[in-house]
Every structure is written in structure tokens, then in C-alpha cells.
Design a protein around this ligand. Structure first.
Ligand code: SAM
Length: 246
């Protein structure tokens, strides 16, 4: 998990006691944070957004048209500063990648990388991934959905904010092709256990781990600076892969 690493501080995000209007708002897996923009990130937004950021649509998007070809398609939710997404997209020019992130400096950083590296196989949404999945992505259309180091929301009263929930599992399943894979990684063991609890009973999936738990670190997931440091300190990382079977 590279920057931003910390679970946002949601001191004021509890639904209870905040008035009726707030109570009816869907619980989000993120808190919007103000962040100072570096020059590169600002360049990414100024020059890259008009070219590579897609608008939230009201009907499934024809990505063959967006990318100008038909290719295997991967979505990453919450790409942070975009390091692993950039690396994966550069390493697999025959695949198309769609990144979704709400953190503006992260979007700027990714776009700056897309411009610098001249990548053609990457597009971005800068809004809530749940809305993007529901509104823009056609059913049975994705080969892979990646969720790397999602906010763990450590406190139990915040577990409802974790993006991995039964409804999320079902939403992702509806968007994957049969044979498509939901790949998750976390460095917080209790979140890995929670993911397993949710996913092992989610209909229509098969856990690809031989022991029904986690898979060995897959070579295709780039190792981040944060993870390398964690390894040195003896911290663990858990990868989970669930394949859509129907
Ligand atoms: C802990 S960070 C991890 C970032 C990155 N994957 C990494 O490994 O460095 C989680 C990221 O997910 C983003 N995020 C959380 N919920 C999201 C959602 N519903 N839609 C889009 N982005 C989301 C947050 O803004 C944050 O940048």
C-alpha cells in the first residue's frame, strides 16, 4: 500500500445522530480528503484528464469504442497513487485497464504517468467505484477486477465502510465474465479474514486458493515500496483470488 496509506479519519462520519437526510445516504468506503497537488499531479489533471478521464455514464459504456479495439479488460478500484496500475498497464499493452480512484492527487499522479509513458491502454474514473460499476460497466464484461490494499477501516464500528461486503461481491460477480477473477490484496490480516468470510459464502465464486484461504503472491501484482518495507519488517500480505463460476 503506497500513499495514501492511512484509513481516513472519519470522526464525523458516523451516521447515528446526524439528522435524517444523512441517515438515508449510502455508506461510502472512502472519505474525501483535501490533498496538496504536486506540479506533476496538476499536470496530469490539466493535460491528462481531458484525454483519459471518462465521465460517469447512465448506460453501459462500449469500451471497445473507447479503446478502439477489443481486448481483455481489467478494472482496479482504489489505485491510490497509481504505481501498480501504471506498471501493470505498461507490462501488458495487449490488455485494457480502467482505474477508479476518488483521491484527486492520486488521479493526477496516475494521469501524469500515463502521459509520461505514453500509455494507450488505460482510462480513469475519478468517482465512486460503486457508481461506476453500477452505471457504466456492462454485465459479464470484465476479465479481472483488482482491489489492492483497500482501506481496512480498523474499528469495528467502521466495518460497515469496508468495500468488501456481500452486496459488493454480488455487484462484482455481475460485472465479471464467467472465468473472470476478483483479485484482492491486504496487509491487514483481520481484513483478509473478513474478505474470506464474505467471499467464501458469496454465490457464484470459486476460491482459487488450494487451501480455501489465500493464494501465493501472484507475480503479476507489482510489489510496492510500502510492501517491500513491510516485508523487511516481517509484516504479511494476503492475496485472495475468487473466480466467477456462474
Ligand atoms: C488504502 S488506499 C490503497 C491505494 C492503493 N491501492 C495502494 O495499494 O497503494 C485505498 C484507496 O481506495 C480509494 N477508494 C476507497 N473507496 C473507493 C471507492 N468506492 N471508489 C474509488 N476509490 C475508492 C481511496 O481513495 C484510497 O486511495
Amino acid at each position: 500500500m503506497t500513499e495514501p496509506q492511512d484509513t481516513p479519519n472519519p470522526e464525523n462520519d458516523d451516521v447515528q445522530g446526524e439528522g435524517e437526510q444523512r441517515q438515508h445516504r449510502a455508506i461510502k468506503s472512502f472519505v474525501m480528503r483535501a490533498g496538496r497537488m504536486t506540479e506533476g499531479q496538476q499536470r496530469g489533471l490539466d493535460q491528462g484528464a481531458p484525454l483519459f478521464v471518462l465521465p460517469l455514464a447512465d448506460a453501459p459504456v462500449d469500451y471497445d469504442q473507447v479503446f478502439g479495439r477489443s481486448a481483455p479488460r481489467t478494472v482496479e478500484i482504489g489505485f491510490g497513487m497509481g504505481h501498480s496500475l501504471l506498471e501493470m498497464a505498461a507490462a501488458a499493452p495487449e490488455h485494457d485497464f480502467i482505474g477508479i480512484e476518488v483521491h484527486r492527487p492520486g488521479v493526477g499522479a496516475l494521469l501524469n504517468g500515463v502521459l509520461t509513458q505514453g500509455l494507450k491502454n488505460l482510462r480513469v474514473y475519478d468517482t465512486d467505484a460503486i457508481e461506476v460499476l453500477k452505471r457504466c460497466i456492462a454485465d459479464n464484461s470484465l476479465d479481472r477486477l483488482m482491489l489492492f490494499f483497500p482501506d481496512p477501516w480498523h474499528k469495528s464500528r467502521h466495518h460497515k465502510r469496508r468495500i468488501v461486503q456481500p452486496a459488493f461481491a454480488e455487484l462484482v460477480r455481475s460485472k465479471l465474465k464467467v472465468g473472470g477473477v476478483l483479485h484482492m490484496a491486504t496487509d491487514w490480516e483481520p481484513y483478509a479474514e473478513y474478505m474470506l468470510e464474505v467471499m467464501n459464502v458469496a454465490p457464484g465464486y470459486r476460491n482459487q486458493a488450494e487451501d480455501g484461504k489465500c493464494v501465493p503472491r501472484p507475480a503479476e501484482r507489482p510489489i510496492t515500496k510500502f510492501e517491500r518495507r513491510g516485508e523487511r519488517l516481517g509484516h504479511g500480505v494476503w492475496d485472495l483470488k475468487f473466480e466467477k463460476v456462474d
